[in-house]
Design a protein around this ligand. Structure first.
Ligand code: BES
Ligand code: ZN
Length: 457
């Protein structure tokens, strides 16, 4: 009997892991200029992997920012579907370093966890598909469907170069369906398919009081402190229970249908475990919505950072000139990030106390998305998870954002299969990020089943 791709993947587990570790050793932090050369190194590394895997075409394509890798392997021919696989090779900064138990760029396996920055988000998940394709190449000569790959290096900074790239290369990227592994499943034995993502509007606020810092004894009481003013304005953005007070904010929010709420109520969820994972004593948020609804299907507003005045050790009596805040809002399908950014900017001007001035700058944004659940491709993904995990997947909305999904819908006219393999406690964007080794291998199996199923459509 000839060797199948599944046999190959099983007997090359250690090799796959060692290669993934090489990828994780490259500190490709997109937001920090000192890592520019690491970004190039990571892009070249991915391209070389794809070439070694048999892709006849794999290129590092320049953008105004970090390069995009594009690859294609169209060996299956025009009668077979074409899948566009998207992922990102950039990672979040590892800070705060002192909270890591092992160095972030020295991948370390402890039991079933591979610890490293980018292990789950998203290097380990992109690598799943590269290894699935390798298994086809080694056993059948080529993947069973046509493959296009687009791996970007700016996902963690809002993908500024990606939209223009997609628009410019519409024909190159034409495909029947997109595939992204950059989300998570509910548990090792709870495969999950994501069908909706939240969008994002991200702004920075700058408040100016006096022209320069002042002595708070000499001027305090008669000059409005911009830090105080900023805090007062922030307090007007949301009520105590999390309802956002910006006029018009909820106008486009699509209400949850009773059927969907009923389905969401059936998703396995343990409040105590959730509280422990989050490290909080109790939940908070909009009355009338469950924790799952609040975190996936309702919009939010969070201050990500706030600064101004004196923040070094000890006391300094100063009445500062400036105050700043970074504010992000998670949006739900139908809310436009441009409109929301405008609404919050207008609102700040309206509530600004007369003695200070406020500037609201747009940092980045992306639309949320909802994909069809009744497509043949979705059925192929459903069967793939069931085969690899021995259990039917759960459908779920995701609270995080992958703005490219909306861009693929709008520009290329295709839906995305969100085939995640992370776990809720993978510590994305935090110290001790990890990826489950067994999910990695099951992910490769799922990918192989999925591509096989697609070829049979
Ligand atoms: N992998 C995440 C998206 C994600 C987060 C999926 C949590 C599932 C669960 C992705 O890399 C990410 O972090 N995206 C950013 C996008 C933002 C910068 C527009 C996010 O959600 O903060
Ligand atoms: Zn991320």
């Amino acid at each position: 009997m000839s060797l199948t791709c599944f046999d190959y993947a099983r007997s090359h587990r250690d090799k796959f892991l060692e290669e993934l570790k090489d990828f994780l050793r490259i500190p490709s932090v997109s937001t920090q200029v000192e890592h520019r050369s690491d970004m190039i190194r990571a892009a070249v590394w991915v391209r070389d992997q794809l070439l070694a895997t048999g892709f006849p075409r794999a290129e590092v394509m320049p953008t105004r920012g970090h390069p995009i890798i594009y690859a294609e392997w169209l060996a299956a021919g025009p009668n077979k579907p074409t899948v566009l696989i998207y992922g990102h090779y950039d990672v979040q900064p590892p800070d705060p370093l002192e909270l890591w138990h092992t160095p972030p760029f020295e991948p370390t396996i402890v039991d079933d966890s591979l610890f490293a920055r980018g292990a789950a988000d998203d290097k380990g998940q992109v690598f799943i598909h590269i290894k699935a394709i390798e298994a086809f190449q080694q056993t059948a000569g080529a993947p069973p469907v046509n493959i296009k790959m687009i791996i970007e290096g700016e996902e963690e900074i809002g993908s500024p170069s990606l939209d223009p790239f997609i628009r410019e290369h519409k024909d190159l990227l034409r495909a029947d369906v997109a595939l992204i592994s950059d989300s998570h499943i509910l548990g090792k034995e709870l495969p999950t398919i994501v069908y909706a993502l939240r969008g994002m509007a991200y702004v920075e606020v700058e408040v100016t009081g006096p022209a320069g810092d002042l002595h708070s004894g000499i001027y305090g009481g008669a000059v409005h402190n911009p830090v105080n003013a900023l805090c007062a304005m922030i307090a007007k953005l949301q009520d105590e229970q999390g309802r956002i007070l910006i006029p018009g904010f909820y106008d486009k929010v699509r209400d949850l249908e009773p059927e969907e709420r009923a389905e969401m109520a059936k998703i396995p969820f343990d409040r105590e475990v959730w509280l422990a994972e989050a490290g909080v004593i109790r939940e908070w948020g909009e009355p009338g919505y469950s924790i799952i609804e609040r975190t996936t299907a309702r919009p939010t507003l969070d201050v990500n950072g706030i600064w101004g005045g004196y923040i070094q050790p000890g006391a300094k009596t100063v009445l500062p000139s400036k105050a700043y805040a970074k504010i992000s809002m998670r949006l739900v399908p139908d809310q436009s990030h441009e409109e929301i950014s405008r609404l919050i900017a207008d609102y700040f001007q309206k509530i600004a106390p007369p003695a200070v001035s406020v500037e609201v700058r747009d940092l980045h944004g992306g639309e949320g998305a909802m994909v069809r659940r009744d497509s043949a491709e979705m059925a192929a993904a459903f069967r793939a998870y069931a085969a690899a995990f021995g259990r039917e997947p759960i459908f779920m909305r995701e609270g995080g954002s992958i703005p490219v999904v909306a861009a693929f819908q709008k520009v290329l006219g295709i839906d995305t299969i969100l085939m995640g393999f992370g776990l809720p406690d993978d510590n994305l964007h935090a110290p001790n990020e990890k990826f489950s080794v067994s999910n990695f291998h099951r992910g490769i199996q799922t990918s192989m089943y999925f591509l096989t199923n697609l070829a049979e459509l």
